[in-house]
Write a protein that binds this ligand. Structure first.
Ligand SMILES: [Zn+2]
Length: 76
């Protein structure tokens, strides 16, 4: 299972750990979270979360100069 990060505050949802603050038991895949689930840190919608592999891919594109100027994903 993949971890998902909030694009706003950087909070990371790790399915292996779950999220006790939201009564999420370990083992809940991000894809299985309810549609109205949001970030426990900043309240961002789950649509603003990106998987760890997507973040890596976007970071690589940024380094290649393929990043749009409007890209709101931080470049590493
Ligand atoms: Zn957040």
């Amino acid at each position: 299972m993949e971890t998902y990060s909030c694009n706003f505050c950087g909070y990371c949802y790790d399915p292996a750990k779950g999220e006790p603050r939201l009564s999420l038991a370990p083992g809940q895949d991000f894809a299985c979270l309810p549609e109205d689930w949001c970030c426990p840190e900043c309240g961002a919608s789950r649509r603003l979360f990106a998987s760890a592999s997507a973040m890596r891919r976007m970071a690589e594109e940024c380094q290649d100069g393929g990043c749009e100027p409007t890209c709101d994903i931080p470049c590493f």
